[in-house]
Design a protein around this ligand. Structure first.
Ligand code: DX5
Ligand code: ZN
Length: 214
């Protein structure tokens, strides 16, 4: 299993130390949650913090934009060192164009679905995608309870990927722990995001290792 710890639950007063922990861990990438207070009912952090993360983090950056009009910021996200730029399906009127812009900027393109958005809506874009991020909580906050209907969505997405010959990876975000992670692994997930479960555990490096072994 690939693991992408979510920085949202880190101790921002000790960000340097938290990033050293990530560098020393088995994490495959670092998940960066950007919120604008409009698309989601919360605000997290923006480009100045991401620049600092870029400088200190040696893992690829998996950026999840929970913002309206994400197409306006493709250049800024690239300049912050993002390897993957995830935009929400629900935030993009011209999703095909936005995906092409992300790829033209040299990043991998990910599209994120809210819990109530069905996987079938991706049929005409899935071949273009490097990754699909399924929200297993309503976006905006860490530490929420896993929505179990996500397991069926993973299976639906696996089937759509097989039918279309897409190379997209399946990433899951929200309420991931060893128990839900085990179920997600069985359902066919490729990447697990985990915030609260990693950063609020007694031994985050061991917690990441546990998820990796799923
Ligand atoms: C929620 C964010 C998540 C969040 C996950 O809106 O997109 O990435 O950090 O947090 P946990 O793992 O605590 O549910
Ligand atoms: Zn996220």
């Amino acid at each position: 299993m690939l693991v992408s710890p979510s920085l949202l639950s880190a101790d921002f007063g000790n960000l340097g130390r938290e990033l050293e922990m990530i560098n020393a861990s088995d994490a495959d990438m670092l998940h960066i949650d950007v919120m604008d207070g409009v698309f989601v009912p919360n605000i997290s952090f923006g480009f100045p913090v991401m620049k600092f993360v870029q400088k200190l983090c040696r893992k690829p950056l998996d950026v999840h934009l929970m913002i309206v009009e994400p197409q306006k910021f493709v250049g800024e996200v690239r300049d912050c060192g993002a390897e993957i730029m995830n935009v929400h399906y629900e935030a993009c009127t011209h999703l095909n164009r936005t995906v092409q812009q992300i790829k033209a900027a040299g990043m991998k393109a990910g599209v994120t679905l809210n819990p109530a958005t069905p996987v079938c809506l991706l049929r005409d874009i899935i071949a273009e995608l490097d990754l699909v991020l399924l929200m297993s909580v309503n976006p905006g906050f860490g530490g929420q309870k896993f929505i179990t209907g996500t397991l069926r969505k993973v299976a639906d997405l696996r089937q759509l990927i097989a039918e279309t010959g897409s190379k997209a990876l399946i990433e899951i975000d929200g309420g991931v722990n060893l128990d839900t992670g085990t179920q997600l692994a069985q359902a066919g997930a490729d990447i697990l995001v985990a915030g609260n479960y990693v950063f609020n555990s007694a031994d985050p490096v061991a917690t990441i290792r546990g998820l990796k072994q799923l």
